[in-house]
Design a protein. Structure first.
Length: 64
């Protein structure tokens, strides 16, 4: 049986990757529907991508 810490790390990776995917989809849909660079969908998409990528980056850091 996996350790609880390993389950937590795996779920963090999965949810962070999902955030990146959601952000990319938001960007694609907004731009496909004629949204400009200052549209709310572009802003939200960039925030989702940045947050997901940051979580993935920080999760792979050094472990005690």
């Amino acid at each position: 049986m996996p350790e609880p810490r390993d389950v937590h790390r795996a779920s963090t990776r999965v949810l962070s990757a999902a955030m990146v995917v959601i952000g990319v989809v938001l960007l694609a849909v907004t731009l496909a529907n004629g949204g400009g660079p200052f549209a709310v969908g572009v802003f939200m998409g960039l925030l989702f991508v940045a947050a997901g990528a940051a979580r993935l980056y920080l999760e792979r850091g050094e472990r005690p």
